[in-house]
Each structure stands twice: as structure tokens, then as C-alpha cells.
Design a protein around this ligand. Sequence first.
Ligand code: NAD
Length: 513
Amino acid sequence: MAHRMDSAFAALDLLGEQQGAGFGSPFTCRGEVLNAVSPIDLEVIGRIRTAAVADYETVLRAAAAAFKRWSEVPAPQRGEIVRRIGGVLRDRKKELAEVVAREVGKIRSEAEGEVQEMIDMADFAVGQSRMLYGSTMPSERPRHRLYEQWLPLGPVGVITAFNFPLAVWAWNALLALVCGNTVVWKPSAKAALSAVAAMKLIWPVLAQSGAPEGVLALVIGGRGSVGQRLIDDPRLPLISATGSVEMGRHVSQAVSARLGRTILELGGNNAVIVAPSADLDLALRAVVFGAVGTAGQRCTTTRRAIVHRDIYERFCSRLTGAYRKLRIGNPLAEGTHMGPLIDRAAVEAMQAALEKARGQGGRVLYGGDVLAGGLFAAGTYVTPCLVEADADLPIVQEETFAPILYLTRYDWLEEAIGLQNAVPQGLSSAIFTRDLLEAELFLSHRGSDCGIANVNLGTSGAEIGAAFGGEKQTGGGREAGSDAWKAYMRRQACTINWSRDLPLSQGVDFSIE
Ligand code: NAD
């Protein structure tokens, strides 16, 4: 248990048993104990007492009660409190990143980037708190004013995936807060310690700022005691859920059965098209980072490269050369490019996908091995894999959450765009070209069908400024920047009659005399 004595864990008060629920401070839970196991070496780095059904109820009641008070606070004042949340995240960025790196195996700079994304979201939300704009429309009736306003929605349920254990919460929660909502967070059981760490940093800031207790709540627990309850709970008008397509389908059906709202951020199957005019150095760097970064465990990971026939062999040979140079190992060590997969089950899923790929006619060009010995004895480390495969193989249509890149040739651009769009998911996409006409076609209505379309940069590593999300089975949700805040509010159309008459719209006559 050497890690648990580390200063970051001590500084964040993560030594000893943690409580898996709280709403201002943790409270004593009555569920089972969940071990936080690091994929780096399978060491138990934390123990969390999860929430039982009664604990879930306590949290929900607190979040619902806090909503009444929080929605009374003027939005810019809510923003001021979010500014302070950003402050503590800035101060403790390194320690929090260390917990993320240990718990989910991200390399240090990516883990720090994760916390930076929370900070960026805090800054964004502070500004947004003064810009919850509604519009005024000209009324067709004399002396009437017609306008729309945006009002707080209620307590919001936020379900997050393991691979962005904190950033995705921040995308949702910090906007939801400035919009006047309270937030109930159910993190992934594979990243529960990071969630506890973040809440233990943020709760004291809320208390010092005078925010009502219950504004930000945490509840960690199993499907029965927490997950299903949360999505079925009519006290939560909105559920924002990030994770696999399978999870999204289930959540969507449960929430729509009670006519609630969802924001769904689900799996991707992202492609890069490399055109003959591409700057190959750029394309290569982008594809390697996109396919191998976060060990292929980003929703925006590059899973397919569709490369023009004329440059295919050259591109593949350079790509293989770059893959050979990758340093795989302890993500906390200087210079490591790729750490472990989240657990052995993920390694097995990768092996099973490669088996299918081979069976369906794919050809492994490089990698795909499970590493063994020393640190690798954890059984969670693999070599990233390059597979030559026809675009229509069944396995290529699936998102395997691992560093497998499928490579395909194309002859003309419309064909490449067709191949890119011919998967059920629609998150991120990219083209490398120096031909303006090709770039414009890719970005047009006849181009990429994804929520994200990039030219001369890769599929992953989005900024927070634009609304993030994808189409088709990716779920259609949008989070983070732009006008994503609107999903966390209810819109109201208001008409004020300041005349002494009652004209009806559309000229309807209903005079009684
Ligand atoms: P997952 O679907 O296994 O779990 C995600 C979350 O949903 C977890 O908190 C889990 O406990 C919860 N969950 C699962 N089933 C549930 C149910 N029936 N009811 C309530 N909650 C339930 O996903 P994961 O393995 O943690 O993450 C990887 C997946 O997430 C990938 O598919 C990836 O593409 C996707 N992802 C998408 C985005 C995006 O923004 N589009 C971002 C990150 C991850």
C-alpha cells in the first residue's frame, strides 16, 4: 500500500476508508466497500464505502431541498462561487491529477490536462453566468411584449464514464450550477476515488462561500441501490449520461418512460481521412496521438484511418515505425506515451476484437500483444495495434475501447467520406488535406456526419469552447461550450399585455356581445 502514503493522497485526505456519498461533506454510508484498484500495478489505492438505498434517498432529498435555495441566488453570484471552485482546482491541480493517473492509468500530462479542463470549464461557466440570454420577439398584437427567458430546471443527475473521471462532470456540473440547478453525481465505479477527491476539495469551498448544502452531491453505488434509482427518479428532470452506447440506450429508455430529459454522450468510432495532398508529418503525429493517447480509451480516439491508395504503403510504413518507438509503461514515469488499459477485462475485450478482426479477414500489421513480466505482470498493458481491414467488416463497425487502429485504402474522396460515415456512431472525424475543395466538401452537408469535424488536426483533444457531442448512436447530446448551457434550463415564452384590450393571436374573434 505504498502509494497510499504518497503526499498527494494524504494532501487530499484520501487515506483510510472513504464515504461514497455526501452533499457538503461525506456522511457515513451503509453499502458495501468498493476497492479502488490502480490499473498500473493492481494495487488497492483506496477503499470507498458505497451508498445503500437509504443513503441515495438522503442525497436526493438534500439536492432537492438545496435547489429551492440555490435557484434564488442571482446567476452572477452563482458564477462567483464557481470561480472559487476553479480556484481550488488550480491550487490542487497536480495532486488531483496524480489521483486520476493512479486510478485510471492516464499519463501524467493527460491527467493534468483533465484537471485543466475542469478549470477551463469553471472559467467558461463564470462568464456564462452573466449571459443566460433570452430573446425578445416582436409581438403581432399591439402593446404586447413577447420574450423568452431561461429558468433553472431542478436537480440534475450526472452519470460519468471512467475515462474522463472528472472533466465530464465539470462540463455538466459547472454549467448546471450557474444555471441554478443542483447536481447529483454518480461516477464510474472504476474512477470513484477521483470523484471523492474532487468533492472533498470542492465541498469546503461551497461552505465557505455560503452556498446551500446539497448544491453538489455525490453518490457512488451499484445499479440497484443508485444507478437504476437515479435514472428512474422523477425528482431529476434531466439525466446527463456519458458512457457506452449500451448504457445510453438503457438510460434513454428509462428516462423517456417517465418523460424526463437526457443528454447522452456515448461511444464513438472516429476516422481520419488522409488525402494525397496531406502533410504526412502532421497526419502521422495526429493519428498516433489520436489512436494511442489515453491508451485508445477516449470517446474521440482515432479508431479508423482511411488513407488514399497512392500514399497508403508509405503512410503505413511510417506509422509502424512510429508505433515501434512508443514507450509503454508506468504512466507516472517521465516520457511514457501509453499506460495500461483500465483493467484486465478491457485487455480481454481487445484480444477478442483482434480475434474477430482476424477471423473476418483483417491483417494485423503491428502490435496487439499483451505484455508480461515486471510491471506488466498486472496484465493490463498491451502494445497498440495496427490492423489492415476492409471498412465494412463487422468488427470495424464497433467501438472497441482499446488502442486498435483499422487501416483502409480509398480511391476518391466521396468514397472515403462514405466509408467514414458508414458506421453507427457519429462523434468525431478529421481529414488531412491541403486541397481547399476537399476540405470544404468534407465540412459540407455532403461531408462528415459527425458532431466534430476537423481539418488538418486529429479526432481527439477537443477544446471546451465549442459544444461537444456526436450524432447517431453517439446520442446527440451537447455539452461544455457554445450554447450547451441551454440544455440545463427550462425555456419559457412570456407575453405581457400592456394594452387595455384583449386581442387574440392569429386574428381570432371571440367577442361575447
Ligand atoms: P459504461 O457505459 O460502462 O459506464 C458509464 C457510466 O454509466 C458508469 O458510471 C456506469 O456505472 C454507468 N452505467 C452503466 N450502466 C448503467 C445503468 N444501467 N444505469 C445507470 N448507470 C449505468 O462506460 P465506461 O466503460 O465507463 O466508458 C467508456 C465508454 O464511454 C465508451 O463507450 C466511450 O466512448 C464513452 N464515452 C463517451 C464520451 C462522450 O462524450 N461521447 C465521453 C467519455 C466516454
